[in-house]
Write a protein that binds this ligand. Structure first.
Ligand code: ZN
Ligand code: ZN
Length: 396
């Protein structure tokens, strides 16, 4: 039997177990950096397979190696994130979250169970591929500074060093059975901006005696958008959004200060630094010119996620061979963030989407919503496809 057929058969054989694991994780979700039970569960499953997992990387991360023939010839890293979100689940399903207020609403339960399934398939086939598969079960995708950045600091990309990293993410906007790819820039960097604009409050009838922080803040908001329209290269996708603008006065009372919070997202690390520098300078300059003081704070988030073009082209071609061309789709840019981006900044990486939507069954809710769910048919496709991609890429 050819290896693709063997993988497809094993994916089918293990599908029920992958679903059971996903349901266990979904029932018992844990927040970012607190994935203690999840990590224990993952490590035990890996031990049951005959692997020797390394635990405690980034506190709750788990890493294991599957060595094929000639294990030092090439290494590929496969990553799953394990954390859940602070959301009250509203689904009425047997596997509903039993940890009230915490929910796997981003599909990381599916990623973790899928990678466990991939591990099981690849361990079965370890005499049939060259090289080493590095399984990376990572905590805290959802929370800054991101589990990926800590795993990298603690050496997950060394001893042995993967030549490339693959990650998959469920996609409630992609029908189950389909896989989405995008070469090059795919997801955005995510930085947070916190401003406090201080003036001098007082009676609204006597503006000449005040320094009006509401008017200053209004100028600042409008001017910062001009950095996006005038200083950004038109080819660099960027978003600047402010969701919080608190001027706590009343009709005739001007407050002493205004607080503003927003997010800056882009897909170019140089422009990211330049844009932030310009925003700080402009906000402080305008405020100063109008007599106030601006405290401008940046909280750095994730870098932008770039899918290595040649790697992604190869992976997409192999996915096409495995799934059929009719099941491969091209993805749009997405200005959301994802901490897989940290890997993509330092090693050739490909992050692709696993379709989980099923309109006929009403499985359509977006990630990070209390009614998010997946079509579990994806849990046969995900492990099989990732196993195939790993084997093929190791052979390159
Ligand atoms: Zn998420
Ligand atoms: Zn996610």
């Amino acid at each position: 039997m050819s290896i693709d057929l063997k993988i497809k058969q094993l994916a089918k054989d293990y599908a029920a177990e992958v679903v059971a694991n996903r349901r266990y994780l979904h029932t018992n979700p844990e927040l970012s950096f607190q994935e203690y039970n999840t990590a224990k569960f993952v490590a035990q499953k890996l031990k049951d397979m005959g692997l020797t997992p390394q635990e405690g990387i980034a506190n709750t991360g788990v890493v294991a190696l599957i060595e094929g023939r000639n294990p030092s010839s090439k290494v590929i890293g496969l990553r799953a994130d394990m954390d859940a979100l602070p959301i009250f689940e509203k689904n009425d399903v047997p596997y509903k979250s039993q940890n009230e207020g915490v929910m796997h609403a981003c599909g990381h339960d599916a990623h973790t169970s899928s990678l466990l399934g991939t591990a099981k398939i690849l361990y079965q086939l370890k005499n049939e591929f060259e090289g080493t598969v590095k399984l990376v079960f990572q905590p805290a995708e959802e929370k800054a500074p991101g589990g990926a950045s800590i795993m990298i600091k603690e050496g997950v990309l060394e001893n042995p060093s993967p030549a490339s990293m693959l990650g998959q993410h469920v996609a409630p906007n992609v029908p189950v059975g389909k896989i989405g790819f995008r070469e090059g820039m795919y997801m955005a960097s995510t930085d947070e901006i916190y401003m406090t604009i201080k003036g001098k409050g007082g009676h609204g009838a006597m503006p000449d005696q005040l320094i009006d922080p509401v008017l200053i803040a209004s100028h600042v908001i409008v001017s910062l958008q001009q950095i996006i329209s005038r200083n950004r290269k038109p080819a660099n996708p960027s978003v600047l959004s402010f969701g919080r603008f608190i001027a706590d006065g009343v009709t005739n009372v001007i407050p002493n200060e205004v607080t503003i919070q927003g997010t800056f997202r882009c897909m170019d690390e140089e422009w990211r630094e330049d844009g932030l520098r310009r925003m700080k300078k402009m906000a402080e300059g305008i405020t100063e010119a109008m007599g106030g003081v601006c405290e401008f704070e940046i909280v750095k988030g994730y870098p932008f996620l770039k899918n290595h073009p040649e790697l992604t082209r190869r992976i997409k071609a192999e996915a096409t061979a495995y799934m059929g061309a009719e099941n491969i789709i091209d993805l749009d840019l997405w200005m959301a963030g994802e901490d897989f981006a940290f890997y993509s900044q330092v090693v050739d990486s490909c992050f692709y989407r696993l379709g989980t939507r099923n309109e006929a069954r009403g499985i359509v809710s977006g990630v990070h919503t209390p009614t998010f769910d997946i079509d579990e048919a994806a849990l046969e496709i995900g492990p099989g496809l990732m196993s195939w991609l790993a084997v093929r890429e190791l052979a390159m």
